[in-house]
Design a protein around this ligand. Structure first.
Ligand code: SAM
Length: 301
């Protein structure tokens, strides 16, 4: 594990709730610094396997050099496709620890952090073309408004969208400093918090984080063995709602569109815990990033 790359959150809680079988096959959808993966590997015997996804090439540097590990440098939204490509039909557990790693935040040129000046990039997968600058320069005022409202919970998201659209007629918004200067007159409350909300919204949109999460969840029941578990750690209320709803209803369709959505007849996953598991005070003291983490676990029926 590379602690300077990322400190894993809710580590023991994940291990306990995934109920690791020593000869099982597990998927870590978000390898990052490999903290969770290494702890899973310690519980596996020689027959166990770990398939580690990460769409950021940087994560590769943390691979442990263990023949039981297969690294998939791709988006976990293609979970089933890449498992099949590697001849894997079913797995015993899936973990997703969502969002960005500390490493991604700390690398100035990646453009994730409000602490530095760099181009407005924010792509986890650098093969992707769309960046945060593209969103700021191409999205309509209405799209920007919705995005900052929903993903950033920015209180003056309407004014924010209007300000960006007006500014981009005369100024280019391609760097973090450009964006901060444009927003300076409309910042509400603590500027650090305000910019963090704006950046969070852009990051979620650049990486289509909600879309990828939904697609992965929808494939999970098909790839899990009976009794296999899926554990998801979220850091945002919308993500948590998506996971909670899927674990409970096994669908994203509204109940009136799918009258059988919540019946036992077609239930394939059941939640293991009613309430999300959160970090202890002791973990929050050690790692402030764990403060907003919520772990939900479901089991394949
Ligand atoms: C919070 S970090 C995971 C940290 C890891 N659990 C550890 O212990 O070091 C999230 C990682 O998942 C990756 N990631 C996020 N969304 C992804 C997606 N849709 N597909 C593949 N990788 C993704 C990011 O690039 C990042 O490295």
């Amino acid at each position: 594990m590379n602690e300077s790359y990322h400190v894993p959150v809710l580590l023991n809680e994940v291990l306990e709730n995934l109920d690791i079988q020593p000869a099982g096959t597990y998927v870590d959808c978000t390898f990052g610094g490999g903290g969770h993966s290494r702890a899973i590997l310690q519980r596996l015997n020689d027959h166990g396997r770990l398939i580690a996804f990460d769409q950021d090439e940087d994560a590769r540097q943390n691979l442990p050099g263990d023949k039981r590990v297969l690294f998939v440098p791709n988006n976990f939204r293609y979970l089933q496709r890449f498992l099949r490509l590697n001849g894997i039909d079913k797995v015993d557990g899936i973990l997703a620890d969502l969002g960005v790693s500390s490493h991604q935040f700390d690398e100035a040129e990646r453009g994730f952090s409000t602490r530095f000046d760099a181009s407005l990039d924010m792509r986890m997968d650098q093969r992707q073309t769309k960046t945060a600058a593209d969103i700021l320069n191409d999205y309509s005022e209405q799209q920007l408004h919705k995005l900052f409202e929903q993903y950033g919970e920015v209180t003056n998201s309407k004014t924010l969208a209007k300000t960006i659209v007006e500014a981009r007629r005369t100024t280019s918004i391609t760097t973090i400093e450009n964006l901060k200067n444009v927003l300076a007159p409309i910042v509400k409350g603590n500027p650090n918090k305000y910019f963090a909300q704006v950046f969070q919204a852009l990051r979620i949109e650049v990486n289509d984080e909600m879309g990828a999460l939904k697609e992965m969840l929808e494939q999970a029941p098909a790839v899990l063995n009976q009794g296999g578990r899926i554990a998801v750690i979220t850091f945002h209320s919308i993500e948590d709602r998506i996971v909670k709803t899927f674990f409970k209803d096994n669908t994203f369709e509204a109940p009136d569109e799918n009258p059988f959505a919540t019946t036992e007849r077609n239930r394939v996953l059941k939640p293991v815990n009613k309430k999300p598991i959160v970090a202890t005070n002791e973990e929050i003291k050690r790692n402030s990033r764990s403060r907003s983490a919520k772990l939900r676990v479901a089991e394949k029926i």
